[in-house]
Design a protein. Structure first.
Length: 95
């Protein structure tokens, strides 16, 4: 017999997996659509490393939010999560 806390833990795991899977699919599709622009940019105006470009994208997104030019819609939250994951990937040293 499972306890209520076990049920809640299972529900948490299922909901977390759903959100992580969704974020994964979104990021893979965006990477494909944008030609791996984060890790293989054309570098016409900047040759900054990927981790610096990702931090700039985060700053830009947060600045727009703070200035009231955007709201925290699901799309914007997904963007922030995606940028943070990209930054984490950069920090791992693989890109």
């Amino acid at each position: 017999m499972t306890s209520p806390s076990d049920d809640k833990h299972e529900a948490f795991k299922e909901e977390l997996k759903k959100h992580l899977d969704s974020q994964y699919e979104l990021m893979v599709q965006r990477n494909k659509d944008h030609g791996d622009a984060v890790f293989k940019p054309v570098s016409v105006f900047s040759d900054a490393p990927a981790y610096e470009r990702v931090k700039i994208m985060l700053d830009y997104k947060l600045t727009r939010y703070r200035a009231g030019h955007t709201d925290l819609s699901t799309e914007n939250i997904n963007d922030l999560i995606g940028y943070l994951l990209l930054w984490k990937m950069c920090r791992s040293g693989h890109f």
